[in-house]
Ligand binder design. Structure first.
Ligand code: CAA
Length: 396
């Protein structure tokens, strides 16, 4: 068995799911009485996925994990780490529901992780340690979220829904994680969601400042610990609450590194990392991983051997800057056609149906309810609740 320090660990396979419905941001702009370009251009979002009543972070995660299961032998998986901001129970991990729905074998440890939009990156780093300590094991990391803000709030156009599942192992066919990484934590109230709320609270402008501060500090830590120089990075996948945030962040990183890249050059560089995010919206923990899939499937350049930077930010706040090397032959394990089909087959909803979905809730007094079959598309649905027990069904 190789010494742990020499083990290469990374992403062997990656898959995503999103909600079955979608709304165009022109509809939200009309409701806010602002020009469509405030959202299309100003925040860089065209659409957002909308979860119907029978979709939740469990059904989204199950669909993404199931796709990984269809393509891989998962007998070496000993751990499933589920990262979410929008968990469905204060005690039971959403990952345990996913484990059952997808039919993973019982000798698996399952955990849910929380730190706003950051926790999937925390899960990935923990997965690396687990796989390094026993290279015969694989870990499933799944990031799943439904981003929800109040109707009429500044955050409303930055909602979305989706999940990304990744198989982490010592045979990384997609990308291999570099060492070191740079980390930063700062106790701030820029975005949070008290236990009694279904929608997040946010101090919008302050959250952008907090994001950029976490980026500089994480980058400084990454560099101080021997990370790659800025000039070696082909591009950077950022956490994208809205795609324009990535442009702000890249400009900031370029300035710190005295780069002369113009805003236009940065926009061209980032474009492939934003194509799916523009259509799905914010997916909190999954957002940066959607950006990675978007890059892999839409880059005109061959990325074999390219070094890519990643910046993960979770309000509250924790940031991590890390890098990875795209593996030669990665194109054999991704499918742009499959991804575009998932986005194109969403059902477009109008404002009233969107409001209806946004306001829908399960009973909170212990009574039972059936959930009508709506637009769930990934093969799993929330079918009801009985005495506070959520009930799911697999309709593949
Ligand atoms: N045409 C083109 N652009 C226009 C326009 C038009 N007609 N009208 C306005 N704009 C531009 C503005 O100039 C502005 O651009 P800059 O940011 O480059 O200055 C942009 O559109 C947005 O306009 P406002 O700043 O006026 O928008 P706002 O105040 O209504 O909302 C926001 C912006 C505060 C970011 C809001 O979307 C929000 O609260 N979002 C949620 C919080 C968030 O995502 N924060 C990001 C960091 S925190 C994080 O990353 C964690 C997470 O996932 C939540």
């Amino acid at each position: 068995m190789p010494m742990p320090e020499s083990v290469t660990v990374g992403i062997e396979d990656i898959a995503f799911s999103t909600a079955g419905s979608v709304i165009d941001l022109s509809v939200i702009a009309d409701a806010h009485g602002v020009p469509h370009d405030k959202f299309y251009v100003g925040i860089g979002q065209n659409q957002m996925s909308v979860a119907g009543p029978d979709e939740d972070p469990v059904t989204l995660a199950a669909a993404a994990v199931d796709e990984i299961k269809q393509r891989n032998d998962l007998t070496a998986v000993r751990t499933l780490l589920l990262a979410t901001e929008s968990g469905v129970d204060q005690s039971k991990s959403a990952g345990v529901f996913v484990h059952g729905l997808v039919g993973l074998h019982p000798n698996v440890r399952v955990l849910e992780l929380k730190q706003a939009c950051y926790s999937a990156t925390g899960a990935l780093m923990l997965a690396r340690s687990l796989v390094t300590s026993d290279p015969s094991e694989k870990v499933l990391v799944v990031a799943t979220d439904i981003a929800k803000y109040d109707i009429g709030s500044s955050g409303e156009p930055t909602q979305g829904a989706g999940a990304v599942a990744m198989l982490i192992s010592t045979t990384p066919r997609i990308l291999a994680l570099d060492r070191p990484t740079g980390v930063y934590t700062d106790d701030v109230m820029d975005f949070w969601r008290p236990n009694h709320r279904k929608t997040a609270l946010v101090d919008g402008k302050f959250s952008i400042e907090a994001y950029l501060r976490a980026l500089s500090e994480s980058w400084e830590d990454y560099s101080a610990r021997g990370g790659r120089p800025y000039s070696e990075l082909t591009t950077v996948c950022f956490h994208q609450p809205f795609t324009k945030m990535a442009n702000k962040a890249h400009r900031h990183l370029a300035e710190i590194n005295s780069s002369r890249q113009t805003g236009e050059e940065i926009a061209t560089l980032l474009d492939p990392t934003q194509i799916y995010n523009r259509r799905i919206g914010n997916t909190y923990t999954a957002s940066m991983y959607f950006s990675l899939i978007s890059l892999l499937e839409n880059s005109e350049k061959d990325l074999d051997g390219a070094h890519v930077g990643f910046f993960s930010y979770g309000s509250g706040s924790v940031g991590e800057f890390w890098s990875a090397t795209i593996q030669p032959g990665y194109r054999n394990y991704i499918s742009r056609e499959n991804s575009v089909r998932k986005l194109d087959c969403r059902t477009e909803v109008g404002y009233l149906e969107y409001l209806d979905f946004h306001q829908h809730g399960l009973p909170e007094n212990g009574s039972s309810a059936e959930v009508e079959r709506k637009t769930s598309s990934g093969g799993f649905r929330l079918s009801g609740i009985d005495s506070d027990r959520r009930r799911y069904e697999n309709f593949i």
